[in-house]
Design a protein around this ligand. Structure first.
Ligand code: IPD
Length: 277
C-alpha cells in the first residue's frame, strides 16, 4: 500500500536531527533568555532560529502545507488546526531545561491531516534518541519498537507530571492537590523530564505508567501523543472522555485501569484553549 505521508515523515526525521545539532551547539554558547506568558515561560533565540529552520525547510519541499509553531504563535500567528496537512512544531520542548543545561530537550514535530495525526517525531537531542510513530504502524525509538508498561496496579506505578509555567495561585493549588492525592495512594514515585514530549515518550517506552498535565500546548503534545497510542497506550482528557489536543489538558496512560484511577485524583481546571482568540 502506498503511504503518501512517508516522504513527509522522512523529512521530519532529517530536519529534527539537523535541528538537534543546532540545539546541541547552542548549549556551548551564551543563551539570551526572554519571557513570554509569565516570568517562568522562557524562550531563547535558539527556539526561534530552530523553528524558522524547520518551517523554511518544510516549505521548500511541501509548499502548500500549513504550520502551527510555538514561536510563530507567540509572535501573533493564529493557532488553528484545519483539515489541511499541518506541521505542529515545538522547536525546543524543554526550554527551561535548555536554559539550565538540564539534559532533556526535544525537537517535537507532529503532522496531521483532516485533524487526524499521521506521524509524530520527537528527537531527544541530548540523549540522541529519535522517537517516531506513523499512524497504524507502531512507535519506535532509534528504530527499536516501543510498547507501554503492562502494569495495572496504580500502587506499583511511576507517574510523570510537571508544574508547568503558570504561577496563578489557583492553578498552583490544583496542581499540588492532584500531586498530594496521587502520591498518597501511594504510588512508587513521581517523575517529570521537564519536556512534555519526552514525558509522553517515557509512557510509550514503558518507563512510567502515565503522564498528565494541565497547561501544556498543542505543540508540546502533538507528536508524542501519537507515539503513545502507537506504543499501545491511551489518551484521555484529565476528567475522562476523549482528549482534545487544543484544550491544554492531557492524560496519557498505559491502560484504562491506571488512567481511571488517576482521573479520580486529578483536580482539574481549564486554562484558556490554544485555539481561543
Ligand atoms: C514546556 C515543557 C514543560 C511543560 C510545559 C511546556 P516548552 O514546553 O513541555 O515540560 O511543563 O507545560 O510548556 O515551553 O519548553 O516548549
Amino acid at each position: 500500500m502506498v503511504d503518501i505521508w512517508q516522504n513527509a515523515m522522512d523529512h521530519a526525521v532529517t530536519i529534527a536531527r539537523r535541528a538537534g545539532e543546532v540545539v546541541r551547539e547552542a548549549l556551548h554558547e551564551d543563551r539570551k533568555v526572554m519571557t513570554k506568558s509569565s516570568s517562568v515561560d522562557l524562550v531563547t533565540q535558539t527556539d526561534q532560529k530552530v523553528e524558522q529552520l524547520i518551517i523554511q525547510s518544510v516549505k521548500e519541499k511541501f509548499p502548500t502545507h500549513r504550520f502551527i509553531g510555538e514561536e510563530s504563535v507567540a509572535a501573533g500567528e493564529v493557532c488553528e488546526l484545519t483539515d489541511s496537512p499541518t506541521w505542529i512544531i515545538d522547536p525546543i520542548d524543554g526550554t527551561t531545561n535548555f536554559v539550565h543545561t538540564f539534559p532533556f530537550v526535544a525537537v517535537s514535530i507532529g503532522f496531521s491531516v483532516n485533524k487526524q495525526s499521521e506521524f509524530g517525531v520527537v528527537y531527544s537531542c541530548l540523549e540522541d534518541k529519535m522517537f517516531t510513530a506513523r499512524r497504524g504502524r507502531g512507535a519506535f525509538c532509534n528504530d527499536q519498537p516501543l510498547s507501554v508498561s503492562d502494569q495495572e496496579d496504580i500502587k506499583q506505578s511511576v507517574i510523570a507530571t510537571e508544574f508547568g509555567s503558570s504561577r496563578d495561585p489557583e492553578a498552583v493549588n490544583n496542581i499540588f492537590t492532584s500531586l498530594r492525592n496521587i502520591v498518597s495512594l501511594p504510588i512508587h514515585g513521581v517523575r517529570g523530564a521537564g519536556s512534555a514530549a519526552i514525558n509522553l515518550c517515557l509512557v510509550a517506552s514503558g518507563c512510567v505508567e502515565a503522564y498528565y498535565e494541565i497547561g501544556i500546548h498543542v505543540w508540546d503534545i502533538a507528536a508524542g501523543s501519537l507515539i503513545v497510542t502507537e506504543a499501545g497506550g491511551i489518551l484521555l482528557d484529565v476528567e475522562g472522555g476523549p482528549v482534545d489536543l487544543m484544550s491544554r489538558r492531557i492524560l496519557a496512560a498505559n491502560n484504562t485501569t491506571i488512567a481511571d484511577r488517576l482521573i479520580r485524583e486529578i483536580q482539574s481546571f481549564s486554562p484558556p484553549r490554544d485555539d481561543e482568540e
